[in-house]
Design a protein around this ligand. Structure first.
Ligand code: HEC
Ligand code: HEC
Ligand code: HEC
Ligand code: HEC
Length: 429
């Protein structure tokens, strides 16, 4: 071997050691090195017990108690009434509890406290409401199938101890820490779409664990079973068409007392909005942005502080985007401002449509067939508007669809007002 060959080999050796070290440091290998597979007994719902084995994840989970606004001015983790920013909510939800109390969402650790305190819950509220608030839903479902959904909420809630808010057991199998879904409504809805959740890839599970709660649903009349309206698809129009068939005898969430229209309340369609958007279609998962890999004492783990990615854009977006945090923050803020502008106008016009229909219905000889049309139009306008208003990212999860949906709501509200005018015999245009 010549001298130059020897020094080449020595150089290669040094390079190998160096890059080996770098690769170890940046931790290319997934999953993170902290995973110990130790058994936690089935039915253990106290995150502090899980935390003894997985302290890094538990410490970051506890940050879900942090309450701070989002720098964009939308969302955030402070419990404020949504009607402060959108006063039109009061008219658009008139006749049902969301008009009285509808606060901004905050961290998972507060889910049980917030539902116990909200004025939306009363003695008649069904146990079904507990489905997305606690891992104890696994126990309730094991004991009585969907039967728990009809038990009064207040009665079930007394069986949930103070540690019982959303935690580890909602998303992890205690035996091997695999990701899992425990809300049967999600598994059933996916089955209907031909997807077997028990065979889902790890990548898909990184969104499914969130989708089991962050999705639109309704309670089937009678049984109060939670159902996800996904049979025809995940877009706003697909779900509206699904509800038109009166599934399980479900006709409406409530009647708006001014217009007397049979209204639907959209419930946080975060998963549906994300799934049909740029990131969802590109295979990015909820956990990529909301549970990025972080590092402590050289150990790499998934942040369990599920909050606004704006609190750490480097971690949340930096693994895929190299544009820098200023660019990313600006993209988010711009999308949200544009969405809010159209959404707010649409919401105000939905409120005006309810009023116009009320006035038209009081007119002598009002055309009843035309009034029925106006009511159908305001039902649809309300659904499209709320699809964006109830979604939690103010458009970011799917910017083009959100703008389109808000614009359609606006146009439908205009048609409802026109139709109300026709019903009252006022045809100026
Ligand atoms: C809302 C769902 C959810 C909850 C609640 C949750 N996790 Fe996780 N957890 C995840 C996801 C998603 C991953 C990433 C898994 C992957 O990529 O394979 C993960 C990963 C992990 C890992 C693997 C190592 C890592 O950091 O990626 C451990 C250990 C873990 N979680 C522990 C816990 C503990 C302990 C709790 C309760 C204090 C908890 N998790 C609560 C969803 C959740
Ligand atoms: C068991 C149901 C459930 C699961 C599973 C779940 N969430 Fe939530 N999530 C909720 C509820 C309920 C709230 C609102 C809690 C409150 O306001 O009291 C919430 C709130 C949030 C918030 C708002 C936090 C803030 O600081 O404002 C984010 C972000 C979030 N969830 C993301 C996720 C992600 C990402 C996943 C999956 C990794 C997930 N959630 C899984 C039910 C769930
Ligand atoms: C590409 C990154 C990305 C993905 C993927 C993503 N989100 Fe988000 N999410 C965001 C951003 C950015 C916001 C806006 C945060 C803000 O306004 O402060 C947001 C907001 C939210 C909020 C409201 C947070 C708050 O402060 O009130 C919730 C809840 C949420 N996302 C849940 C989900 C769920 C569930 C999924 C998957 C179905 C998901 N997100 C997928 C980036 C993402
Ligand atoms: C796991 C990878 C991944 C993560 C994490 C991620 N993105 Fe993306 N992002 C993509 C891909 C893939 C696209 C599609 C276009 C492309 O190929 O560049 C995209 C597109 C975008 C676009 C342009 C399209 C649109 O929808 O407006 C913006 C803006 C964007 N991302 C912002 C963000 C922000 C902000 C975050 C963090 C909160 C984030 N992304 C996190 C992969 C990612």
């Amino acid at each position: 071997m010549s001298k130059s060959q020897k020094s080449l080999i020595a150089l290669l050796g040094v390079l190998l050691l160096f890059f080996g070290f770098v690769i170890m440091r940046i931790g290319v290998a997934k999953p993170a090195s902290t995973v110990k597979v130790a058994k936690i007994p089935a039915g253990e719902y106290d995150p502090a017990v899980w935390g003894q084995l997985y302290p890094l994840q538990y410490e970051s989970y506890k940050k879900n108690a942090d309450m701070s606004p989002s720098p964009t001015g939308y969302g955030g983790s402070v419990k404020v009434q949504k009607s402060e920013m959108m006063p039109e909510l009061t008219t658009n939800f008139k006749g049902m509890p969301f008009s009285i109390d509808y606060t901004e969402d905050r961290g998972h650790v507060f889910a049980m406290e917030d539902i116990r305190e909200t004025k939306r819950i009363g003695p008649k509220s069904p146990g079904a409401c507990i489905t997305c608030k606690t891992p104890y839903v696994e126990k309730f479902y094991k004991e009585s199938g969907w039967g728990f959904a009809k038990i009064p909420f207040n009665e079930l809630a007394t069986q949930v101890p103070s540690h019982g808010s959303i935690s580890c057991a909602n998303c992890h199998n205690p035996e091997n820490m695999d990701l899992r879904v425990i809300n049967p409504a999600f598994t059933e809805a996916m089955q209907q779409r031909g997807i077997d959740v028990s065979k889902a890839s790890r990548e898909d599970m990184r969104s499914y664990v969130c989708a089991q709660c962050h999705s639109e649903y309704y309670f089937a009349p009678g049984s109060m079973k939670v159902v996800f309206p996904w049979e025809k698809g995940l877009k706003p129009g697909d779900m509206y068409a699904y509800y038109a068939d009166k599934p399980n005898g479900f006709v409406q969430d409530w009647q708006q007392p001014d217009s007397k229209a049979a209204m639907l309340k959209t419930q946080h369609p975060d998963y549906e909005t994300f799934a049909t958007g740029t990131h969802g279609k590109a295979g990015v998962a909820c956990a990529d942005c909301h549970m990025p890999y972080v590092r402590k004492d050289g150990q790499k783990y998934s942040s369990h502080w599920m909050t606004s990615p704006l609190k750490d854009l480097d971690a949340a977006c930096g693994s895929c985007h190299t544009q820098g945090t200023a660019w990313l923050a600006d993209r988010i803020k711009t999308t949200q401002d544009y969405t809010f502008e159209v959404l707010h106008t649409a919401g105000q016009n939905v409120a005006r449509a309810h009023e116009a229909i009320k006035k038209a219905s009081e007119a002598p000889n009002a055309d009843q067939a035309e009034l029925a049309k106006a009511r159908e139009l305001v039902r649809k306008a309300g659904w499209y508007w709320d699809f964006v208003a109830a979604e939690n990212s103010m458009g970011f999860h799917n910017p083009d669809q959100s703008l389109n949906t808000a614009a359609q709501a606006n146009e439908l509200a205009r048609q409802a007002i026109e139709s109300a005018n026709r019903a009252a015999g006022i045809n100026l245009l």
